[in-house]
Design a protein around this ligand. Sequence first.
Ligand code: DGY
Length: 321
Amino acid sequence: MKKVFLTRTLHDFALNELKKKYQIEVHSGKIPISQTKLRSKIKDVDGIICFPYDKINKETIELAKNLKVISTYSVGFDHIDVNYAKERKIRVGYTPEVLTDATADLAFSLLLDLLRRVSEGDRIIRNGKWKVIYGAHDYVGVDLQGKTLGILGLGRIGKTLAKRAKAFEMNIIYHNRKPLSKSKENALGVKFASFEKIITQSDIISIHVPHTKETDQLFDMKVFNKMKKSAFLINTARGKIVNEKELVKALKKKIISGAGLDVFEQEPIGVKNPLTRLENVVLAPHIGSSTKETRAKMAEITVKNLNLGMNGKKPIYSVGY
Ligand code: DGY
């Protein structure tokens, strides 16, 4: 029987389907799995099911001599050395599309929460600090209507976020490597802008690009200094696109107004992370795709991608080879 290793558990229906076809082993310890453990487990496997932050790098793949497919339970695949997998003719499957709505919804929730200070208000009440009732200047947030949302990366999730923002009467500018056609821009109600314009003119910037060499630490103090003092930053893409230390400085010194973060340089973050002590920040534990429905669809696609790769076929959603 072919062997499959899972770096975390999945839904029962997915595990049961896998068990019918393969000998499976599911990692149950510390998450993400350590490199040492991962490397000791994959030497003779035919397939791997992995998750964001499991480093499936060249050195690890090299050890897996029988490996035919890597199926990640995520849209992001920056944790996998796709180029090396391609060289070895190892299929790589991922799960876009099914998580588009959920992730755009989460980005929009962070935006709404930040601008209307919902989580901050919740903390005020729970900590017994709600003293002023209906004060003219207390707990005031800012309107969304008429504000400029700068979307960095107008792919599936970026476009879906644009639709949400349009319904709230926001102005939307975006930056992509390639602008959309004018008719597509008009249909979505968005306008192309340079990266410089995105960072200097947006009231809210939402990041929707993958983490690559080009986007690594893209948002640093130089960028924060160019942003409006009243601007907010939303990141549901990958933590390493933002220089977290410099973000903390920018938030503390009020160089920018706030941040909504679902992703971090290292995950999970704990209470010692300085972000947890800032009031102008909304934090989420990497839950962009985390709805019952979406997670089940992702499990289904992950298994389908794996099955196809195990049979030498291209996964439904495939990168590289
Ligand atoms: C992914 O799937 O890569 C995202 O991080 C979802 O939240």
